[in-house]
Write a protein that binds this ligand. Structure first.
Ligand code: SF4
Length: 470
């Protein structure tokens, strides 16, 4: 499951306004920088919530600014993410001497994967907290501020709940992590080792969280996990994703429910029927297939093949015609020769997914696939990625152009600087395009989270333009 790598501290500074929270009797200031995917973002928000609750003063991160503690929540599932996080940590470590941050605390997936090494090789780090210890952030910071360095990394078992304080950073939408960990052990993936065994949150806790999010003005509740379709596997038998979706339908007011990261062979008819009978659930499916060649899928330890993928697409077409389909692909997996790659390309051109993310295979230390023969050079991986992205761009453009003239219900996402951006149920945040509303003045009366009707008047491969209709 791909992760979005990127720095989001800019957005946090300008959007959330949580730096308004002033501690009373504990003026310790904390800044945070977040890397990684939406699942890691929920951890960041819980960390900020716990710190604010303990009267730490949350201040916006500023490279040239000062804070008492700098918390870096890292991504670490592939080498690129590891390198990006380490580069940032080294930069922060180098300015620590100039009293920019009194203490440097590293959290998240990189911490879980390389905790002891980080402490040894970067002595400026005061604490390393693994993915299983997020809930102990306040205790660890107090220990660090008393002059003691800390390594808090163990078998991940933590799962936040509706009682966990959270500082939302993405309103009017919010991610709701319904489970943690993964038991699929795909041969190229480090996530099961970093995030631990699959563990679902109880339905009641998720319902309560969504109700309080809706009460706080959230208008799109995005259910996430490493594999959302495994939801409930460690709970009583009747708890699964379809039941959860059904239970949530009455909890969001007029807010949307979206779910992401479905495993192809687990997207069953029950889920599709619940979606078809509830307009509040976005008519949108995110199902990373990774590849289509049966041999490659077998070596990836994925439990489906080309034939079952075709049956899945038929099933979706029958039960959810018009649904927006997103997928993720991995190119350059060991043993992927031209014939296997061309089979993938042909499948993508035939299936016409609406949205496609393409990742190049990365031989990750500790994974089964890193020991496979026939590893491919980076040039071939990148070339194949570009070929697939170009093919998909034409498909997305063609499909987006078919929306011109159509009236769609969209949610206003932001109204910055004369630019009003919105999304329909067909666009997930951060990974898909946006609908720009023109003229911007037309949206003067609207705020983020409002639903409006627009007529699509222009379309690109990713973004669209719409005008408000009464
Ligand atoms: S389903 Fe596979 S790729 Fe996704 S997190 Fe689990 S092991 Fe990794």
């Amino acid at each position: 499951m791909g992760a979005i790598i990127g720095l989001i501290y800019v957005a946090l500074n300008s959007r959330s306004g949580w730096y308004l929270i002033k501690g009373t009797n504990n003026p310790t200031t904390v800044s945070m920088v977040h890397f990684g995917c939406s699942k890691n973002l929920v951890d960041s928000e819980v960390i900020l919530g716990l710190l604010a609750q303990a009267d730490f003063v949350i201040t916006p991160f500023n490279r040239n600014g000062r804070c008492d503690v700098l918390v870096v929540n890292t991504c670490g599932f592939i080498q690129d993410a590891v390198q990006e996080a380490i580069d940032f940590i080294l930069e922060a470590a180098s300015t620590k001497g100039e009293n920019r941050a009194r203490a440097l605390v590293v959290v998240g997936c990189l911490a879980q994967r390389y905790g002891p090494e980080l402490m040894t090789e970067i002595p400026e780090i005061d604490a390393v907290i693994g993915t299983g210890n997020v809930q102990n952030i306040v205790t660890v910071l107090r220990t660090v501020l008393s002059g003691q360095s800390t390594l808090a990394v163990n078998e991940p078992s933590y799962l936040y709940s509706h009682e966990s304080p959270r500082l939302l950073t993405t309103k009017p939408y919010a991610y709701v992590k319904i489970a943690e960990g993964c038991d699929n052990w795909c041969s190229y993936c480090t996530v099961p080792a970093i995030r631990g065994k699959y563990r679902s949150r109880p339905v009641a806790s998720i319902v309560q969280e969504v109700q309080s999010l809706a009460a706080s003005g959230v208008k799109e509740h995005i259910l996430i996990a490493q594999d959302t379709t495994q939801y409930g596997k460690n709970l009583d038998s009747d708890q699964n994703l379809a039941c959860l979706l059904e239970k949530l339908c009455g909890s969001t007011g007029d807010g949307w429910i979206r779910w992401l990261y479905g495993y192809p062979s687990a997207v069953d008819v029950h889920i599709l029927e619940i979606m078809a009978s509830n307009e509040i659930i976005c008519n949108y499916l995110d199902i990373p297939i990774q590849h289509v060649d049966t041999q490659i899928l077998r070596n990836m330890r994925r439990t489906y093949d080309e034939n079952s993928l075709r049956k899945l697409l038929d099933r979706i077409q029958r039960h959810l015609p018009g649904a927006t389909l997103r997928t993720s692909l991995m190119v350059g997996f060991p043993g992927e020769d031209d014939k296997k790659f061309n089979k993938l390309l042909a499948f993508i051109e035939e299936a016409e997914f609406d949205r496609v993310g393409v990742f190049t295979y990365s031989a990750e230390e500790g994974t089964e696939a890193s020991q496979f023969a026939a590893q491919l050079p980076a040039e071939i991986k990148n070339e194949r990625r570009n070929i697939l992205m170009q093919a998909q761009q034409l498909i997305s453009l063609r499909k987006n152009r078919r929306r011109i003239g159509k009236i769609e219900r969209v949610m206003i996402e932001s109204t910055f600087a004369e630019k009003v951006l919105a999304r329909s149920q067909a666009e997930a945040p951060e990974v898909d395009g946006k609908i720009q509303i023109v003229p911007p003045s037309a949206a003067d009366t609207f705020v983020p989270g409002d639903f409006v009707k627009v007529r699509i008047i222009e379309a690109g491969p990713y973004d669209l333009i719409g005008e408000i209709v009464a």
